[in-house]
Ligand binder design. Structure first.
Ligand code: WTA
Length: 654
């Protein structure tokens, strides 16, 4: 069965409902009436949410949508994002409150930062970046492990109005170089390395290599984390401890226009070239702080919040940095892998810090499920009151396991659907209102309007499937693709241009109650452990290998990672059969070009690829082979015998 079929089958069987606990419902930040209030006056509702922030100049209009799809939110307003995330909490007398309980991977390697500490660190880093020549509007790349300096660097950029682009530390030098180039980053902030799985892994060499491929970078600011040897170029490299530690703790944050660029986050699209998703200041901060307050029911005085995402992804931006800090939360930030040095490391952290709200991804939950409940059962996790899930559809069994084994059957599970492009959570239960259904993201949260539509853009009736769209603009929506307004329009707004809907690229179904079940991507984007990868990007990486003539990649369903890349490769004639170890050679090549997450699960050398008469590769058929299903309808193939050859090869290779 494909993912989608399985989900649909589960859906028809699924009749479990989990009501919110009575005390949570009674004290919830958002109650049922929020839906009505938002529906009655959407802009008024968002204006109210914007009051959560401190504005230097108040806006005079909530939304300008006269030039769609280019939105202006909180027109005329000015603010500083870092001030909102840090200084204002200190000014309100909460400087001694812990902002970040940082937990390094090596046991005992911990650091607590209060909001006052954060204010000092961010101010110093802002001064140091300014001294390095970074001015308002310049782009700064951040390529770091999960250490406090990563958060400090992001906020320092925001403070001086320099949009950051955080590149996930698992990406290769090539992937880093193309991102540096695309946004013309002047400075890179990095570290010598970080700790993963008990060992120091290096980061600085990838920055050095990326610099050999692009000459945009003027300075590299390096945090010493692991003490490993690094190559050093005196004209470019600067140690963080030299320039940040000695910088002044005084820094006056300037107020920027509500639409001033806050950051660019690259994400995979359907072509080989990643898209730089642009988020701006006011609307994004309103969206991330409101949703964090609403969906996680955050009570900043008593909650201890933990989101396990990496800051290299949008989840880390919205739900580690901007949302929680704007809300004055106390949170855990963990550097390492979930199971190091012991399998229960995460649960131990929850017990130690008394974590009350926990936000992670289905792929992690599934890997813990495989280990069974013995490990989590040895820890006291009674502090938990809300669990969250993000990144991919959560299958009902994982949802129920999560709620039962981790949440002790007390905790609502909020399955949150959103994207890099949406900036913040769009569809999710509200923990104090919604009776949760395992596997469903339920309904758009108050303020958001989304639908499931058919090919013509008409809402589908309950019980049917279609495309997921957002039907009206929202504050944290992407503003464009960096440097490419046309691609922005084409990718998201062309499909349902007549209706003016944002096309998310996901398929979804409304059940008999009208609740939404997100089924997965309908384009050539796959979702591997909650990470978006484009089939074309991996194909381009394969084709750049000298032995490869042609390649087709599909996302095959995978019990652990949701989907996994499977590649079909035609070798060049002069490469013969590629030689022994060709699969590993190609897989290493993908790893080098993109990063370890893009490595195919399986590479099959094939004589031909299934193509239509117009030359389009029929990935659907390759997915059938990869998922070991009977191959579907081949009548539109130019040469229908090809699938027999490919399937036969598959039979012998497994
Ligand atoms: C998928 C991550 C089902 C979806 C925040 C979307 C989900 C893509 C869910 C965005 C969910 C995310 N249920 N699918 N709760 N959350 N997705 O940009 O396919 O890394 O389009 O943002 O992940 O991935 P991105």
């Amino acid at each position: 069965m494909t993912d989608i079929e399985e989900t649909l089958a589960n859906l028809s069987r699924e009749d479990r409902r989990f009501e919110p606990p009575a005390d949570l419902a009674a004290n919830a930040n958002l109650k049922a009436d929020a839906y009505e209030a938002a529906a009655a006056d959407r802009e008024g509702f968002w204006a109210e949410q914007a009051e959560r922030l401190t504005w230097a100049t108040k806006w005079d209009q909530v939304l300008d949508w006269t030039n769609p799809p280019f939105a202006t939110w909180f027109v005329g307003g000015t603010l500083n994002a870092a001030y909102n995330c840090v200084d204002r909490h200190v000014e309100a007398g909460r400087g001694d409150k812990v902002a970040i309980h940082w937990v390094g991977e090596p046991e005992g390697d911990t650091r607590d930062l209060t909001y006052a500490d954060l204010q000092r660190e961010v101010s110093k880093a802002a001064n140091a970046l300014t001294d390095l020549g970074v001015a308002k509007g310049d782009r700064v790349a951040i390529y770091m492990p999960m250490i406090p300096e990563a958060v400090v660097a992001m906020l320092a950029c925001a403070r001086i109005g320099a949009p950051h682009t955080v590149v996930f530390g698992g990406f290769s030098a090539d992937a880093l170089a193309s991102r540096l180039d695309d946004c013309q980053a002047k400075v890179v902030v990095t570290a010598d390395g970080g700790y993963r799985r008990g060992a120091a892994s290096a980061l600085k060499p990838a920055v050095d290599e990326a610099r050999s491929k692009t000459d945009v970078v003027e300075k590299v600011l390096v945090v010493r984390r692991t003490n490993q040897e690094v190559d050093w170029d005196d004209s470019v490299d600067v140690w963080w401890h030299d320039v940040v530690d000695s910088a002044s703790e005084e820094h006056t944050p300037e107020a920027f226009d509500s639409e001033h660029p806050l950051y660019v986050m690259y994400t995979s699209g359907t072509t080989g070239k990643p898209k730089g998703i642009l988020h701006t200041t006011g609307g994004y901060l309103v969206g991330s702080s409101y949703t964090h307050h609403a969906v996680f029911d955050l009570k900043p005085e008593t909650d201890v919040y933990w989101c396990t995402a990496d800051i290299g992804w949008v989840t880390g931006h919205s739900y580690i940095v901007y949302g929680p800090l704007a809300n004055g939360a106390t949170q855990v930030l963990y550097e390492g892998t979930p199971d190091h040095p012991e399998r229960g490391r995460w649960w131990k952290i929850i017990e130690q810090y008394g974590v009350t709200i926990f936000y992670t991804a289905p792929t992690a939950i599934r890997s813990f499920m495989k280990q069974g409940h013995d490990v989590p059962d040895t820890f006291d996790m009674s502090s938990l009151r809300i669990l969250g899930s993000v990144g991919e559809p959560i299958n009902p069994e994982a949802y129920v396991w999560y709620r039962h084994v981790i949440g002790g059957d007390r905790t609502p599970v909020v399955d949150t659907w959103w994207q890099t492009e949406t900036g913040s959570i769009m569809i999710s239960p509200l923990p104090g209102v919604t009776a949760g259904k395992p596997g469903s993201a339920m309904t758009p949260i108050p303020g958001i309007e989304a639908e499931v539509v058919d090919d013509e853009g008409n809402p589908v009736p309950n019980g049917s499937g279609g495309y997921l769209v957002v039907t009206s603009p929202w504050p944290s929506m992407l503003r464009t693709i960096w440097g490419d307004d046309e691609r922005f329009k084409d990718t998201y707004w062309k499909r349902f241009e007549k209706q003016g809907y944002y096309f998310a690229g996901d398929g979804a179904k409304k059940d008999d109650d009208g609740d939404i079940w997100v089924l997965g991507r309908v384009d050539d984007v796959m979702n591997v452990s909650g990470h978006r990868l484009s089939t074309t990007e991996i194909e381009s990486a394969l084709v750049s290998h000298p032995k490869v003539a042609e390649a087709a990649v599909v996302g095959a369903s995978d019990p652990d990672t949701g989907q996994a890349p499977v590649a079909y490769v035609i070798l060049r004639e002069e490469a013969g059969d590629g030689g022994e170890g060709i699969a590993k050679e190609l897989s290493d090549h993908v790893r080098k070009e993109i990063g370890p997450i893009a490595k195919p699960r399986q590479i099959m050398i094939v004589p031909e690829l299934p193509k239509t008469r117009s030359g389009k590769i029929m990935r659907r058929l390759l997915r059938d082979v990869a998922e070991k299903r009977e191959v579907g309808d081949t009548t539109t193939l130019a040469d229908s015998s090809i699938m027999d050859l490919i399937s036969a090869g598959q039979a012998t290779s497994t």
